[in-house]
Structure formats: C-alpha cells, structure tokens
Design a protein around this ligand. Sequence first.
Ligand code: CMX
Length: 445
Amino acid sequence: MDKLKEKFASIALPMKEEVKALIKEHGDKKLGEYTVAAVYQGMKGMIGMVTETSKLDAEEGIRFRGFSIPEIREKLPKAPKGTEPLPEGIFYLMLTGEIPTYDDVLEISNNWARRSIVPKHVFDILEKLPPNTHPMTQFCIAISALQTESLFAAAYRKGINKKHYWDYTYEDSMNLIGRLPRVAAFIYRRMYHNNVHIEPDPKLDWAANFAHMLGFEQIDFRRLMRLYLTIHADHEGGNVSAHATHLVGSALSDPYLAFTAGMAGLAGPLHGLANQEVIAWILDMREQLGGGLPTKEQIADYVKKTIEEGKVIPGYGHAVLRKTDPRFTAQQDFYQRYIKPKGDDDLLEIVQSIYEVVPPILGSIGKIKNPWPNVDAHSGALLMHYGMKEFDFYTVLFGVSRSLGVLASLIWDRALGHPLERPSSITTEGIKKKIAAMEKTGTNG
Ligand code: CMX
C-alpha cells in the first residue's frame, strides 16, 4: 500500500463509524428549510450533500480543508527553487486534511509518473475524431475510452465486498490523475502542433511535466501551471463538475465514467467553458474597436451591448460567491509578480480595466447577485501571454486540475459508504397544491 493510501485509510475508515453514529443520533435534526424559489432556481443554498475536501464561503471564497488560497500558496510544498505550490500537495491536503511535507509530495509525483502510461487504443480513438472536434469533447471521449483500465469495474464484476470499494476507487483515481496530463497534451499537440508529440519527462513534477508535454518550457509557465492546477482543483461539492462526478459515482459507476460526467458538465459555458468564452469575448471586443487598448468608456459600451443582446458577461458572476473570487486575485498577483515587472501585457491590462468597469454595470442591473469576477475572468489572458493562444483548449486545463478535487471526493464517498443519490422532485401542480393548502391553514411550510 502506498503511504498516501495508508494515511487516507487510517483517517477515513474510522470516520465511517463516526458518521453512522452521527446519522443514528442526529438524523432527524433539520439543516434548513427549502423555499419554492430554491426548488425552481437550481437548489442554490440547499445543503444537500457532504463534501470533505473543501468548503466555499460566499464572502471569503474557497477554503481547502480550512486553508484559503493565500494560505495554500504559502504553506504547500514547492518544487526546488519554485515559488508556487505543487498540485500534488493540494491533493494530499484534500485527501488527508493535513499539509504535506516536501517528501510527501515528491512521493505522489513519482507515484503519478509511474501510473501515467496511456494505452494505445485511447490515442487511436482520438486520431479517428474529426480534427475540429472540440477539445473538451475529445477529453471526455478519451477519459471514457480509458475506462477499459478500471480496476473498480473489473473487481466489481468479479464480486467484491463493499468495504473495499474505496481501495479500488483510490487506485483508479490515482491512475487517472497520472494519465490525464498525457491525454490532454496529446489532444493539444494533435490539434495545434501538427500531431507532433513530446515524450513525458518522469523526473519533472506533475504540473511541470504537463507544461513540458504541451511544449512550454519557460520557468514562468511551469510556475503558472503549478498555480493554475492547484487553484482550479476544487470548489466544494455543489458545482456542476463536482456534483456530476459525485452523482454518477453514487451509482457505483467507476471513477473513469464518473469523471467523464463531471467533465461533460465542466464543458458548459456557465461553468468551465467560461474561461475560453472570456478570451473570445475580449478578442471580439478588441477587433470591433479596431485593436489596441480600449478605453474604459469603450469597454463599458461593449459590456452594455453584450447585455442588451441577451448574453452574459463571461467570467463575471457566481452561484455562491458574493465577492471577487480569490482565485482571480491569485492570478492578478501572478501577473503583478512575474509578468508586469518585465513590461505591461495589453491583454492582461484589458482584464484589469474590465475588472474596474464591469462590476458597477452588473450591479446597477439589480438582478445579478454577484457582479464580481470569478476564476475564469483572468486565466486565459495569462495563458495567452505565454503563447498558448488556442483558447478552445483552456477548459481542458481546468479539467485536468478539477480531477484532483472531484476524485479525492469520490474516494471519500466510497470510504464513507455514501449511498446512491436520489433526491425527490415535485411537479408545478404539486407545488400549487402545497401553496393552496398553506394559504388555507395560514401556515408557511
Ligand atoms: N452577465 C450577465 N448576466 C448575468 C451574469 C453575467 N455575468 N451573471 C448572472 N447574470 C444574470 C443571470 O443570467 C440571471 O438572469 P435571468 O434572471 O434573466 O435568467 C440573473 O443575472 C440572476 O443570476 P444569478 O442568480 O446572479 O446567477 P446564477 O447563480 O443563476 O448563475 C453564473 C451563476 C456563474 C452561471 C452566472 O453568473 C453567469 O452566467 N456568469 C457568466 C458565466 C461564467 O462566468 N461562468 C463561470 C462561473 C465559474 C465557473 O464555474 O467556472
């Protein structure tokens, strides 16, 4: 058993009994009252599931096991001479609740490198797809093609005791995380670099090796990848990619299938695809204004025009957050620290101007609950700066990172024995009847 797995087992398995006792003793206690509006409006604010890996606060942003974004940037181990956290560390933290040592993350790096071999049929399937297939569609297809390797599915077919589910889920998740950078880099190089691929370098950490296979060798791009893959990893359990992975996993679909479902959700423009939409929107604006740096007035006019056309401003708003996303701020800090001292970057400067212009306009509309930027408002401009201009690919990077959080959660789900998820629904007719009954008795609920 590898050390991380042993540690996870020593923490998670005793907790299963604790949770059982909690349900037995307090199972009838109320966690909230749900309104008609909440039922119609995407269950926002309902506490409807347990997620151990992270918790999102509307004002403060995400905390991974209690640690904020600035804290993980400071506390998680870095590569030698590195300045940004290694994503291996956030995975360890989410799985165990503890900040790892450098040796712990090194061991995970080596572990993932050993597991990174992708079977040939996955590349063959990708080769058969029309070259203009969206990278996220290719990513989903590749992950489900990898399902042939599922140890969970094979063991289930043979018949295993429930108490071992978490073990096979752990093994599948580790194998999948090890393989994802290779798959993602293959999609990228096939689409945008004449199908010329770069062999992995197992001596590099997970993020640096990914940057290398994509074809980016600059030290600062490696730094960016380490930060990027760390901060996109998890956003508690209710977001579409996490919830879809959890939901599909609750049917005991194996981690490959559950993660494919999560990635299909991430590919939606209201979720992860917003990172490509942001850049497309900024480039369109720049083109319509004839190039160069737009003034704040020009940006404001373009924002108003977008809204009048019945579209959203990509990268702004959030279902839970009510302040600037600290993941946006971390990327802003990256720009200030590593890029701006060498000279302004036009696109990154436009991102800063948009940040000044958009919130007051969205705020003045009245109905938008959060006028502030989310993680996607910034990420694309940083990638463009380092020469990754193929913005259709950006959501795949998000997906590689998101694997860390949603698969850590899936391991927890299986360790705690969370059951099939199957909430009830109601018809509008049923709601009307309940309202009529409440009005008759003068009660609310
Ligand atoms: N631009 C224009 N209108 C917006 C808006 C934006 N950025 N954000 C919200 N609104 C609108 C909604 O479309 C909704 O309009 P209708 O009542 O006409 O349907 C209204 O304001 C209320 O929405 P809300 O309750 O504030 O927001 P939701 O929780 O429903 O949606 C989100 C959240 C993120 C989908 C939404 O803010 C949005 O569409 N943002 C742009 C897309 C985006 O950046 N998504 C990425 C989110 C982060 C991530 O998952 O990666």
